[in-house]
Design a protein around this ligand. Sequence first.
Ligand SMILES: Cc1ncc(COP(=O)(O)O)c(C=O)c1O
Length: 445
Amino acid sequence: MTSLQHPNPAQDLSLDPFWMPFTANRQYKARPRLLTSAQGVFYTDADGRQVLDGTSGLWCCNAGHGRREISEAVSRQIQQMDFAPTFQMGHPLPFQLAERLSELAPAGLNRVFFTNSGSESVDTALKIALGYQRAIGQGTRTRLIGRELGYHGVGFGGVSVGGMANNRKAFIPQLPGVDHLPHTLDLERNAFTKGLPAFGVERAEALEALVALHGAENIAAVIVEPMSGSAGVILPPQGYLQRLREITSKHGILLIFDEVITGYGRVGAPFASQRWGVTPDIITTAKGLTNGAIPMGAVFVAQHIHDAFMQGPKGLIEFFHGYTYSGHPVAAAAALATLDIYANEQLLTRAAELEDYWADALHSLRDLPNVIDIRNTGLVGAVHLASRPDAPGARGYEVFDGCFWEGAMVRCSGDIIAMSPPLTVEKAELDRLIDTLATVIRRTT
Ligand SMILES: Cc1ncc(COP(=O)(O)O)c(C=O)c1O
């Protein structure tokens, strides 16, 4: 592409009116990184340059970009029926989709509630947990427990149980009755571990301490990301998720896994729950469900939880919750086409096949300047850089920005560089991603 076909956006676009999300608006608008098309594992930017997508968009385009099967399904559906309500009405697609999803989900999580985003999935899951406890006569169980450094989206429920300080501290008041477990990042003991770290299972015992403090009869649910993505790829120590499951089961507390990032193949199985052999009561998902093409989320719920709501007069709405677009026909069509691609190309287990190659490539960066940790699992990885004493986050941002102009898209969370390439990526493209990152880290002081 020439710059004539993609005129300079700074000249042709007015950048001011769009208030960009989770963006340093003034910094961005001074030198915009503008993407205009995408195919396979590459974006093309406004100057016609190829940019290797090292992040699957925003952890969502797991099958790569420009998938015709999805765009054709969307186009067919929008022509056949653009919208139909799912409140006291129905149409076939969300029923079909829920059935397909329940076959993919961990055993027993066979009831599906649709949303439009990860944030909505999280708030839905928290409400289901509270409603369930009331439905089984445990109405004193109202407390929710999240974890430090957790990210559960931006609704007030998600922000309350989330543990990334900047996402929380300007938004007081949040939900009352929320506690946080300690995070599991431990650079001293676990730095440069490939896969799940050996140390830290004991951090799950903090849950026993919270039970002792509040009484199990007051706690509804614990929500964690099996692997914290947004805070910088923080992995569960070996045995940690199992221990959370044991403690929650013992005390009648629901366990919610937020798999908005880990769901749909990111860590080598359809869900992290399956990869790491721990089945929660509720799983929240979004992103990869439609390959990012149309907004949609899905909450997977154990059947007995769903069934607990199905009491009282049959004419009564059992769960006073839902979104206008829950089960939207166009989104459901995109999701069904996405699931076909995942199945036909066996993408939901491909991350496990590439894991060792990816880990070796990533850990080759170990001796570069300022690298203090490297973490990986499946097709996700992070390079943790030391922070400049006077400017936390500045080095990470410079590396992220530098990579973009060198032709690779990575993410930065503070000084942590995170990557999650599409599950369709080839080894040579992983090498290219790592080479670009190495070049930029070397020259960033
Ligand atoms: C674990 C997790 N939960 C929830 C969300 C929120 O999803 P959304 O941005 O679609 O609302 C995200 C987004 O990155 C996430 O990573």
